[in-house]
Design a protein around this ligand. Structure first.
Ligand SMILES: NC(=O)c1ccc[n+]([C@@H]2O[C@H](COP(=O)([O-])OP(=O)(O)OC[C@H]3O[C@@H](n4cnc5c(N)ncnc54)[C@H](O)[C@@H]3O)[C@@H](O)[C@H]2O)c1
Length: 253
């Protein structure tokens, strides 16, 4: 893809699943990637797995910790230079029917999925706007477009990520920064396995979902990694404020 070689990109959630596949794809495209994740061992494993021509380095970060994100960004920029792209992929949920949830669960889901998104942009996108160039991809979820039983608060956060991305895309269009949202459908990752395991709808959920997907299979992390690389590249220079599902056709909007 055009313009990716040598690009400096931060990837949150790069220790696992879609984030790990995205780091591997971006390093294969020649990017220098900073992996921001709270799972230090997983992030280091990803950095070791990712095969060049690019490179990856890991930073222990909680995306909802403003000072921690600022410190990690400053270390990345000292190590490699100004950041040019952000793939904000980190996310978390524990499925439960809404009326059975406690506010402590809402706090954690909102902190990671919504507040963490605000923090990442407040810290990382500021420099891009000042320099007049940047590409951002936020990973939300089809739950934020069409709802998902057992994921009410998570879906609310992901809907918030979509609206936030569109708003910043408007605010920053004149400053050379594009922002788009990718909504994965059901994708085989550790998060999806725990969703199926903990779901109030039981273990047959994955089978049922698979039957409903027009392309007849669950997503793989690499299915999203290609779209993330594209949206960070110069091939996507004229695309901003868009929401794109990578879901095997499960949702068509
Ligand atoms: N897998 C799916 O079916 C699916 C569907 C829709 C959306 N998503 C979204 O895709 C993204 C990636 O999910 P995945 O399935 O690869 O999950 P995953 O659990 O495999 O990976 C998530 C990563 O985010 C990191 N993370 C979580 N909270 C963090 C925090 N506070 N600070 C820093 N890092 C943190 C984890 O350590 C982990 O490495 C998430 O935003 C998720 O909501 C996934």
């Amino acid at each position: 893809m055009r313009g990716l070689e040598g690009r400096r990109v931060i990837v949150t959630g790069g220790a696992s699943g879609i984030g790990r596949a995205s780091v591997c794809r971006l390093v294969a495209e020649g990017c220098t990637v900073g992996i921001f994740d709270r799972n230090a061992a997983g992030a280091e494993e990803t950095a070791a797995l990712a095969a060049g021509p690019g490179r990856a380095a890991s930073y222990l970060v909680d995306v909802a910790d403003h000072a921690g994100v600022a410190a990690a960004l400053s270390r990345f920029e000292q190590d490699f230079g100004p950041v040019e792209g952000l793939a904000h992929i980190a996310g978390w949920d524990r499925p439960q029917l809404f009326l059975e949830t406690e506010p402590s669960l809402w706090d954690e889901v909102v902190r990671i999925n919504l507040y963490g998104t605000l923090v990442m942009h407040h810290v990382v996108v500021r420099g891009m706007a000042e320099r007049g160039a940047g590409r951002v991809v936020n990973v939300a979820s089809d739950a934020g477009r069409v709802g998902s039983s057992g994921e009410a608060v998570y879906a609310a956060c992901k809907g918030g990520v979509i609206a936030f991305t569109k708003t910043l895309a408007r605010e920053l269009a004149g400053r050379g920064v594009t922002l788009n949202t990718l909504c994965p459908g059901p994708t085989e990752t550790p998060l999806f396995s725990s969703f199926v395991q903990d779901s109030p709808f039981g273990a047959r959920l994955a089978e049922g979902i698979q039957r409903a997907i027009p392309l007849s299979r669950l997503g793989q992390p690499e299915d999203c990694a290609g779209m993330i690389a594209f949206l960070l590249s110069e091939d996507a220079a004229y695309i901003t404020g868009q929401t794109i599902s990578v879901s095997g056709g499960l949702t068509m909007q």
